[in-house]
Design a binder for this molecule. Structure first.
Ligand code: AMP
Ligand code: MG
Length: 457
């Protein structure tokens, strides 16, 4: 029927959770179920579709928790955020012994909800997360994965009155930089227990108590993820420290979108008026968030505060180089080049790209096709001379299909009444290396000028 649901996080860290349950709904129904993921986790898809399964997905039952965390939101510290509209339904252990969190968003108010907030979200925003996180997963980027979307039968007021929905997502965990900050404020025992949980669960090759190793591992995981975002043109849009995980999984698909031109100043989020989270700033923001993580882990790094600070400073000083090395290495691999010998080539490519449409240009370079003239003509000759290896099935790859903004909007327009366009786009973006006439073409730049995305809707 279903795998056993465990609560190891809540047992180990009672100070970091608050018991909560989902609100009841007038007319809840399942809109989408990720059967492949359900099966991987040991769920019987039929059970998840049954009334009992739907009750579980909505957080109606005995034991569920809202998770506590703090966070820097647009640089401002908020000591008590937490799941204000989400629930940790529990954990399942898959056939390979890996533990996964099941987390539902849009389930109603919790003890962490701010006064006046409703704990809900629009069905469209949940469908959008389902689509974009499925695309990232298919592109090989670490991310939370969507298990299901439900409509609740309720209407809520946002930009306009819209149907409300719930998404259930799966991650290795939902421990964030902001969770560590919260734990540090609770006390050193809690901080240490949280770090131990993170080591055992996510970095089991580290020795018990290797907290500097934990920090370095988180940095390496996040660098791999954000380097992939930059390579693929993924703009997260709200890289607050509560949206940066210790596993490196991409989380929180509010205002995110794929940039279409490689323009470092691209901002889509309606609330990011200063451009703090603009495309070209994402690596710098990751460095900033990792510095905040180091601050909250200082007591664990060394009993001597001076030693602890030295470790943090040295490691953070190495961030920028490590990021650049990874970014260039991924780009080189995706293009079939050897990272060790092609740094100049990838550097010149990154310098030439801003003038071009990102995905189509890289795909044309990699697979052949019309490459825009200009600076790239000379680059293309040097690329050919470097004799790139044939595309492989593993490692970083150049996609031909990404979820383009106007296609995403079009797919959501008639959902959930008519899901046909949504399902066609979902199929295309979950096969990103397969040519697809309908969804390859970029949007006309003029149509994107007014493109805006919204947080927490
Ligand atoms: P997010 O933008 O999803 O990262 O959310 C930031 C914070 O606001 C988190 O603590 C959320 O739980 C909370 N939040 C966002 N939307 C709502 C809502 N509709 N009701 C209650 N809390 C919310
Ligand atoms: Mg968040």
């Amino acid at each position: 029927m279903h795998p056993s649901i465990e609560h190891s996080y809540a047992r180990a860290l009672p100070d970091l959770v608050a018991a909560a349950r989902g609100e009841s709904h007038p007319d809840a129904r399942l809109v989408l179920l990720n059967e492949e993921l359900a099966t991987e986790l040991g769920f019987d898809a039929e059970w998840l579709r049954s009334p009992e399964g739907i009750e579980f997905l909505l957080g109606h039952g005995e034991e569920f928790y809202a998770m506590a965390y703090a966070g820097y939101q647009f640089g401002q510290f908020n000591p008590r955020m937490g799941d204000g509209r989400a629930l940790l339904l529990g954990e399942v252990v898959d056939g390979d012994g890996a533990r996964w969190d099941l987390h539902a968003k849009g389930t109603g108010r919790t003890p962490f909800s701010r006064p006046g907030s409703d704990g809900r979200g629009t069905l469209r925003s949940m469908l959008r997360e389902y689509l974009v996180s499925s695309a990232l997963h298919a592109l090989g980027v670490p991310t939370t994965r969507p298990l299901a979307v439900l409509s609740t039968g309720r209407k809520i007021q946002r930009q306009m009155v819209e149907p409300a929905g719930v998404i259930v997502r799966v991650a290795a965990s939902h421990i964030r930089v902001g969770t560590v900050h919260y734990a540090q404020m609770v006390g050193e025992d809690t901080l240490r227990t949280l770090a131990n949980v993170a080591i055992e669960r996510h970095y089991p090759d580290l020795a018990a108590g290797d907290y500097t190793g934990l920090y370095e591992s988180v940095m390496a995981s996040q660098i791999r993820t954000v380097a992939a975002w930059q390579r693929l043109g993924f703009l997260h849009g709200v890289m607050n420290t509560d949206n940066t995980t210790l596993t490196g999984e991409t989380i929180d698909f509010g205002p995110c979108a794929f940039v279409e031109t490689f323009d470092h100043d691209t901002v889509y989020s309606s609330i990011d008026t200063q451009g703090r989270y603009r495309f070209g700033h994402q690596p710098g923001i990751l460095g900033w968030n990792l510095a905040r993580l180091a601050e909250s882990m200082l007591p664990l790094f060394d009993a001597d505060p001076n030693e602890a600070v030295s470790f943090a400073q040295e490691t953070i000083n190495g961030f920028y180089n490590a990021f650049e090395t990874e970014h260039h290495a991924q780009l080189a691999q995706a293009l079939g080049l050897k990272p060790e010998t092609s740094r100049e080539l990838t550097t010149d490519l990154l310098a030439a790209l801003p003038a071009h449409e990102l995905t189509r240009t890289l795909a044309a370079l990699r697979y052949g096709g019309d490459v825009p003239a200009g600076a790239l003509a000379e680059w293309q000759q040097r690329y050919a001379a470097a004799a790139p290896a044939a595309p492989s099935e593993t490692g970083p790859r150049v996609p031909v299909v990404i979820p383009r903004n106007l296609a995403v909007e079009a797919a959501l327009r008639d959902a959930p009444t008519d899901m046909s366009q949504f399902l066609r786009l979902l199929d295309a973006v979950t096969h990103p290396f397969t040519p697809n006439d309908e969804f390859e073409a970029p949007s006309a730049p003029a149509q994107l000028e007014m493109y805006r995305t919204y947080c927490g809707t």
